[in-house]
Design a protein around this ligand. Structure first.
Ligand SMILES: Cc1cc2nc3c(=O)[nH]c(=O)nc-3n(C[C@H](O)[C@H](O)[C@H](O)COP(=O)(O)OP(=O)(O)OC[C@H]3O[C@@H](n4cnc5c(N)ncnc54)[C@H](O)[C@@H]3O)c2cc1C
Length: 384
């Protein structure tokens, strides 16, 4: 039996693709190594652009997410500053005439809402089924399944496993930033609901994303410092965090759920091979400094769904369809990668000569309305 589309990984990006294809008379199957109702990835705060909200609304996921109390926190203000240098910028939704500059959702809450939508749409998902490898033949793709289960054949295999499974014809380029992201939840007194903070410090960027009455912390540091910071008592941790924010953010009273993730830039080259396309983190894994990763992945999923739906059934997975998809995604993917990588290079170091232009850039961003509008647009809709 040959399916039209087999999706490897029903994480946030693979599930979005499956939902976007549902109800279109296509034979689609998704597999995921996780048990039903579980996530294998640790929870993290995801900053979603307004454009991502619109996609999730169209797919009927947003309403389910919003129905869960506290699952969505609108960002009404973003405060950007640098330690040890002048220049800062404050961007507010009110100034832009918008209800929100973006939204923060928890990875786990988002996955639950997507799983519920998949079940509601009748999408076939084989849980506890892990791919061991993907290869294309001229006529179909073959997904090998771990544990000796029969392979899955389809006109097109979409790899959305967050990177990991070997795919014939696709290599993954890897740049190791030599840093880790320490993530945690932290509480401020008084709480600053709806305000996101991005602080550039000599040790690397620190972000605070508003999640209800608390903030999701993403703090970039070396693996050695992270090892210490994961173990230090709570008060010492909070004091160190406060020293990075100076007077810009004060009142850190609690931290919980400290964990560290290694930071790498990985990109699939090319993003398509015979009968196979890679999307989401399997196509590009970005540094979380700009909160772009899932937003770019969501646009991969949406655009791939449109390309599949535009193609006649027997052209699905063919060279022309895949080339069309790769071309549609080239600019946005490259912009997401370049923006994130550039931000890390400019803002993620403490070269004294860069502190001054950085301050000028922040001051200009704060003072020049068109620059603010452009920044707000990038936050809302991505960097296309
Ligand atoms: C600390 C941190 C903070 C971040 N913050 C943001 C942010 O603010 N905004 C943002 O947009 N992005 C952010 N990201 C990035 C975001 O988490 C990813 O871009 C997003 O999770 C990618 O989704 P995905 O579905 O491609 O992959 P994943 O989330 O990795 O999901 C992959 C799915 O595939 C399944 N799977 C894995 N291997 C197999 C296999 N062999 N066979 C079958 N199934 C398999 C897994 O069980 C999982 O369900 C952050 C990342 C980190 C690390």
């Amino acid at each position: 039996m040959i399916h039209d589309v087999a999706i490897v990984g029903a994480g946030p990006v693979g599930a979005t693709l499956a939902l976007a294809l549902a109800g279109n008379d296509l034979d689609v199957v998704a597999i995921d190594g996780r048990p039903p109702g579980a996530t294998l990835r640790q929870d993290r705060s995801l900053a979603l652009a307004h454009g991502s909200r619109l996609t999730l609304e169209r797919l009927g996921v947003w309403a389910g997410l919003e129905a869960v109390e506290g699952a969505v926190t609108p960002i009404r203000e973003i405060d950007v500053s640098q330690a040890g240098g002048f220049g800062s910028a404050v961007l507010t939704a009110a100034m832009q005439g918008l209800p929100a500059l973006g939204y923060v959702v928890s990875y786990v809450a988002l996955q639950r809402a997507l799983d519920a939508a998949l079940a509601g749409a009748g999408v076939r998902v084989r849980f506890e089924t892990a791919a061991a490898g993907v290869r294309g033949t001229p006529g179909h793709a073959e997904v090998a399944i771990a544990g000796g289960v029969s392979p899955i054949r389809s006109r097109l295999a979409v790899v959305a496993d967050g990177a990991g499974v070997a795919v014939d014809g696709i290599v993954r380029e890897r740049h190791d930033y030599g840093q880790v992201a320490l993530v945690a939840h932290t509480w401020l007194e008084p709480p600053r609901t709806g305000i996101a903070y991005e602080r550039f410090t000599p040790d690397g960027p620190v972000a605070l994303l508003p999640e209800r009455e608390r903030h999701g912390l993403v703090w970039t540091m070396t693996p050695e410092i992270a090892e210490t910071m994961l173990a230090v008592p709570e008060r010492a941790f909070l004091d160190s965090l406060a020293s990075h924010f100076g007077t810009r953010v004060t009142g850190f009273v609690r931290v919980a759920e400290r964990r560290a993730f290694p930071l790498v830039l990985e990109r699939a080259r090319p993003v398509v091979a015979a009968r196979v396309a890679a999307i989401g983190n399997a196509a590009q894994q970005l540094h979380p400094v700009a909160g772009q990763g899932f937003n770019v992945g969501l646009r991969d999923a949406w655009e791939l769904a449109q390309t599949i739906l535009d193609a006649p059934r027997d052209a699905i997975g063919g060279g022309a369809m895949l080339a069309d998809y790769a071309a549609r995604r080239r600019v946005d993917r490259s912009a997401g990668i370049a923006f994130t990588h550039g931000l890390v290079r400019i803002f993620g170091n403490d070269l004294p000569w860069i502190r001054w232009p950085r301050g000028v850039a922040l001051a200009l961003l704060d003072a020049v309305p068109p620059a603010k509008r452009a920044f707000a647009r990038a936050m809302l809709h991505g960097l296309r």
